[in-house]
Design a protein around this ligand. Structure first.
Ligand SMILES: Nc1nc2c(ncn2[C@@H]2O[C@H](COP(=O)(O)OP(=O)(O)OP(=O)(O)O)[C@@H](O)[C@H]2O)c(=O)[nH]1
Length: 598
């Protein structure tokens, strides 16, 4: 056990975690140069295409140092704020963390928040200055900033380049020198913490764990403590680029288990595996339950695929413990699920993964945050509202509370003015500001979450020319003057388009919604009125003019197979369309509210 090191790599997005991980794999000869590609560990196509890490990835390396062999378990983590839950789980399996800072960009918002996550778990932090090969790198100044943040010595900050490989060999030595080996009692009853899992269509569920106490052996009977179910450990092993089956995984090490579990529900990330023969008395303290920040409905395009969608979501949940969902039904869309996400990028990724990994085409409805409604008859009891259409009638309402966040924005002092203007427009209040250096400042705001989830981040990047980073944490609920704006298409209210909007903005947003929908809904054979309403009062209206086009008209008197082909083609084109009354509404229209400022 004394020769095991478990560590993760944490950083702000794009500071070079995955690239540095590649270099470590190469240096330790865990993978051959032939196997190496950019972002080797990011094995999802989606990750490679977007160049971002979505999932944490665990991999085992071996390294010889001063004549001894060491096992290094590395976990690469995502940098985007929407996936910080992945980071917090990975941290629980580690004793140390490499805190990567881009030498040109310096400390950014998620550098700080991920550092705090690591410190909360008492991890040994190794600060690493990356990208020192860049001409724009500013190693001296950034080292000073790191020293200020961590209270370490300047010589503790390592300098590397994930691109050229400079400093990587020294980094490996420092990992062994500075990160403590895992603690735990090899003789105690088995306790292994599950920190991730994945569904494999051929082999069932694979769970990834860290052995905290005792050891696990192939073939042994094990119990998952949360569900109290027992299984045979059919296969256990360690994770290299592929899985390496083993007969024992010792205390402190990280590995996987395959035990023929088919039901996604039976494995919970954060659960403890123990042995049935000599069971542990208590599970290891798991992870905090995630609290979704944004909710949206997900509906199958084809109503008959409801059950398939459920099973796809269950399998995704295995691999993404931050996804939550429950069944809901909508008058407009039929049966589907109300899903909770950590942010808009997370929502987008889930929709893409459903499409790619499960071939499910789905309609996503307007995202919203979760509100607390208080009724007149019982003004002390909060009724959670995850869906605007569930908001009780205004006459029955005492008040509505919405979630607030504490936001931290790091930017150059030149942009303070425009950042402030944006935040105030978004109903934010400046609570504090502090200078990191003479021209970099950290601003703290309290803001309604609802204002942040939509286009805030994009606008922040635009106004600061990319020189602003943003991080947030929940900050309780506050009463707000919110009204429900409904949308009627062709006279029919479409519940999936309702939104809760601050009273002062309701008219403008209602109007913009109608205009945007007019743009997004294709013209059809008849006039379609689009209206926005608060209660019974119509506040805006647009009309989509009729179009007289019959796709089969061209083959008048023509051959039937051609006509069929055209109709087939038209059907294809209907993907991600939903029939609302007589009107066909495309997916983009359900997200119109997000685009009203485009
Ligand atoms: N010049 C230079 N570029 C680098 C270096 N390390 C990484 N990069 C580049 O920086 C970009 C981001 O690198 P990634 O490794 O994908 O960053 P990441 O931190 O893993 O990103 P997320 O996982 O999405 O947070 C890529 O374009 C890399 O090629 C380096 O040492 N020098």
């Amino acid at each position: 056990m004394k020769n095991i090191r478990n560590f993760c790599i944490i950083a702000h997005i794009d500071h070079g975690k995955s690239t540095l991980a590649d270099r470590l794999l190469q240096q330790t000869k865990t993978i051959s140069d032939r196997e190496l590609q950019e972002q080797t560990l990011d094995d999802m196509d989606l990750e490679r295409e977007r160049g971002i890490t979505i999932k944490s990835h665990a991999i085992q390396m071996e390294h010889e140092y001063k004549g001894e062999k060491y096992i290094l378990n590395l976990i690469d983590t995502p940098g985007h704020v929407d996936f910080s839950y992945e980071v917090s789980r990975s941290i629980a399996a580690c004793e140390g963390a490499l805190l990567i800072v881009d030498a040109a960009q310096s400390i950014q918002a998620q550098t700080i928040s991920n550092l705090y996550l690591a410190l909360e778990h008492d991890l040994e932090i190794i600060p690493v200055l990356n990208k020192i090969d860049l001409p724009s790198a500013n190693p001296e100044e950034v080292t000073d900033e790191i020293v200020n943040l961590l209270g370490c010595k300047p010589e503790d900050v390592l300098r590397v380049s994930g691109k050229t490989g400079v400093g990587v060999a020294e980094l490996l030595e420092e990992i062994i020198e500075r990160i403590p080996s895992p603690t735990g009692d090899p003789e105690a009853p088995l306790q292994a913490l599950i920190f991730d899992s994945v569904f494999n269509p051929f082999r069932g569920i694979e769970a990834y764990f860290k052995v905290v106490n005792g050891s696990i052996k192939k073939g042994q009977k094990v119990k998952f403590m949360a569900t109290n179910k027992t299984y045979d450990a059919d296969e256990i092993g360690t994770l290299k680029l592929k899985q390496f089956p083993k007969t024992t995984i010792q205390c402190g090490d990280v590995g996987y288990i395959i035990s023929g579990i088919k039901e996604a529900k039976e494995v919970k990330v954060g659960d403890t595996i123990t042995s049935t023969e000599k069971p542990a008395l208590n599970p290891i303290e798991g992870f905090e339950e995630v609290k979704p920040m944004v909710y949206a409905g997900i509906y199958p395009v084809d109503t008959e695929e409801y059950e398939l969608l459920r099973s796809a979501l269950e399998k995704l949940q295995l691999n993404d413990a931050s996804l939550v969902f429950e069944p809901e039904s909508s008058a407009a869309l039929g049966f589907g699920f109300r899903c909770g996400f950590l942010g808009m990028l997370h929502m987008e990724i889930i929709q893409e993964r459903l499409d790619r990994e499960f071939k499910m085409t789905v309609i996503t409805t307007v995202p919203n945050v979760s509100y607390n409604a208080y009724l007149n008859k019982n003004p002390d009891k909060a009724v959670p509202v995850h869906n605007p259409s569930e908001l009780p009638e205004p006459t029955m309402l005492d008040r509505v509370e919405e979630p607030y966040i504490k936001a931290s924005i790091i930017t150059k002092s030149d942009f303070i003015g425009s950042v402030m203007t944006l935040c105030i427009e978004k109903r934010g209040e400046l609570t504090n500001q502090s200078y990191l250096t003479t021209d970099r400042v950290e601003l703290f705001f309290e803001m309604p979450l609802a204002e942040v989830v939509f286009d805030f981040y994009d606008r922040l990047k635009t106004i600061s020319k990319g020189y602003a980073s943003f991080d947030y944490a929940p900050h309780g609920m506050k009463a707000s003057k919110l009204v429900k704006v409904d949308i009627l298409i062709n006279g029919e209210p479409v519940d999936a388009l309702s939104a809760l909007i601050h009273q002062d903005n309701a008219y403008t947003i209602g109007k913009k919604m109608c205009e945007k929908l007019k743009e997004l809904i294709p013209r059809q054979q008849f006039d379609i009125p689009i209206q926005a309403a608060i209660g019974a009062k119509i506040i805006a209206r647009e009309t989509i003019k009729a179009l007289r086009k019959d796709v089969t008209a061209k083959c008048y008197g023509g051959d039937i197979s051609r006509k069929r082909k055209l109709l087939e083609k038209q059907k294809e084109g209907k993907k991600r369309m939903r029939q609302i009354g007589r009107v066909e509404v495309p997916q983009s229209a359900f997200l119109a509210v997000l685009k009203i400022n485009d």
